[in-house]
Design a protein around this ligand. Structure first.
Ligand code: XMP
Length: 512
């Protein structure tokens, strides 16, 4: 077992963020249920404990309370927010119930830096979110910093290496918060910073093997980053016990199915079943113009086809998914309080419940950038790991209006030209998304001496951080010219190419 920092989870929506911050310093951490007994923590090689925040009050009925034995283990403890109130409550201080929950910025004044604030300025802006209040410091502790509202914002017990912080060092809104965590990990717990992606893989492989045993696992591969990395990781762990299913819905880009087959079948030797359901999808989409109806048809048909293919494959016990941490939380902030993130659990159309499949989600604690790094370490090529997002309904929402073979064929060719030129110029890697849209509009052009009445293709290239907002990319005119020239020359049935110069908002990234 590596040196482990235990994060005891008291229900804070920030627990995973604490774990992520710890990983950023190449220290191994594990999230435990708040009631985990000290013996278990000791077995796991725990060298420090962080008590997460939580929505509860220590006085609430059924409030989560840890095993008091954790304070006798002789390892450093850092209590955050609810963690501070718990330490106050359990270690002989006094905590009173606050009238209302306080959240927002506070100004921290540090009186004594100790090890926790080593190298930090004496004033920091911090983020608060708490209900209870500590009114008497427990024996052995000394307050070392305060805010305008809390004289005991930070406590230290140097002898036992116990620290308690009322604010949240793990959130982005707290200035130098990550340095505070680092000081605890390195300066107080003495963690060696040697936990690498390779170690993560080794550990994840062991966990997957432990969870799966000899059972069979099915994974729906989309070719996107998340399902690809999940497939590569699970395959590393259990080899042929994993079967991947790739559904060709007829709405894929040029060469996409072949690329997936070649990478996973030939390179990784994964048991990959490609289900060609393109006819069924196109038949159901025939004449359907309304985007949301198209999405619904595509979504429902996918579930149906996937479910059928599972029955064909035979018995499986697990359904693997590339769920990431940001999929687990739904970022609906209430007011401007980032603490009000609501946890939801996504899975593919209720499939696992209906089919009595257990879920295997080895990436569910990771963030996108961590998953990309992991994918690279597992040997996935750059084209997969840094692939631009592609919507589930595929080209179905990029042919405006009713979808048919002719339009899809034209869009596929035009889009392939755009991608080729984006790759060749290196712009593919600099933007968030780049794609073509088929417009069901005929426009007049001239070819030789003849009038040509043909379709219009729009080029959409955007920059974005999270797809919530986006700006259209100022591609060099020469590049736009090259793409446009190639599309009108090489793709029959297109007479005109336009460049989309709308930002989001008010436009969306996709046209439908
Ligand atoms: P919009 O068009 O809403 O897109 O600005 C934001 C991001 O989401 C992608 N997108 C989808 N992804 N199913 C998906 O899996 C969908 O129906 C869908 N619609 C949009 C879009 O490509 C962009 O990255």
């Amino acid at each position: 077992m590596p040196q482990t920092i235990a994060v005891l989870d008291f229900g804070s929506q920030y627990t995973q963020i604490i774990a992520r911050r710890i990983r950023e310093f190449q220290v191994f951490s594990k999230i435990y249920h708040f009631s985990t007994p000290p013996e278990r923590l000791r077995e796991d090689g725990v060298i420090g404990i962080i008590l997460s925040g939580g929505p509860s009050s220590v006085f609430a009925e059924g409030a989560p309370i840890p095993d008091p034995g954790i304070f006798e283990m002789g390892v450093p403890v850092l209590g955050i927010c609810y963690g501070l109130h718990l330490m106050g409550h359990l270690l002989g201080g006094k905590v009173v119930k606050g009238d209302r929950r306080e959240y927002g910025h506070g100004n921290l004044k540090i009186r004594s830096r100790g090890r926790l604030f080593k190298g930090l300025p004496s004033r920091l802006r911090v983020w608060n979110s708490h209900g209870d209040e500590l009114t008497r410091v427990p024996p052995g502790f000394k307050p070392i910093a305060s805010t305008e509202n809390a004289p005991y914002a930070v406590l230290e017990d140097r002898k036992r290496n116990f620290y308690a912080i009322q604010f949240h060092p793990e959130v982005f809104h707290t200035e130098r918060g990550t340095d505070i965590i680092k000081n605890f990990l390195i300066g107080v717990c003495g963690a060696g910073q040697d936990w690498t992606t390779r170690d993560f893989i080794k550990h994840a492989v062991a966990e997957i093997r432990g969870a799966v045993g000899k059972s069979r696992v099915i994974l729906g591969l989309s070719g996107g980053v998340d399902s690809s990395v999940a497939a590569a990781l699970i395959h590393r762990a259990i080899g042929q016990q994993l079967t991947c299913v790739f559904v060709d819905n007829g709405l894929l880009r040029k060469g996409e199915r072949e690329a997936v087959e070649s990478l996973y079948k030939r390179n990784f030797k994964i048991d990959l079943r490609v289900v060609d359901a393109s006819e069924l999808f196109l038949q159901r989409l025939k004449g359907v113009e309304e985007p949301e109806r198209k999405r619904k048809i595509i979504g429902n048909t996918f579930v149906e086809v996937f479910e059928k293919s599972l029955k064909k494959i035979g018995h499986a016990d697990f359904l693997a998914q590339g769920t990431l941490y940001p999929d687990v939380i739904e970022s609906v902030a209430i007011g401007d309080n980032p603490a009000a993130l609501i946890k939801t659990h996504h899975n593919v159309g209720g499939l696992p419940a209906r089919m009595k499949l257990k879920l295997l989600e080895p990436l569910r604690e990771l963030f996108k950038d961590e998953v990309r790094r992991l994918g690279g370490a597992l040997g996935l090529p750059r084209e997969v790991v840094w692939r631009q997002p592609f919507p589930g309904p595929g080209l179905g929402v990029r042919v405006i209006g009713a979808v048919d073979d002719e339009k899809l064929g034209i869009l596929r060719q035009a889009d392939a030209i755009l991608q080729e030129e984006m790759m060749a110029s290196g712009w593919y890697w600099k933007v968030w998304q780049s794609f073509c849209v088929f417009l069901p509009v005929k426009s007049v052009g001239v070819v030789g001496d003849e009038r040509n009445y043909a379709w219009v293709i729009a080029i959409r290239v955007v920059e974005s951080i999270d797809a919530m907002t986006a700006d259209w990319t100022r591609l060099p005119y020469d590049l736009v010219q090259k793409v446009s020239g190639r599309i009108t020359n090489e793709v029959r049935g297109v007479s005109r190419v336009v460049y989309d110069v709308s930002s989001k908002p008010p436009a969306t990234i996709e046209w439908e």
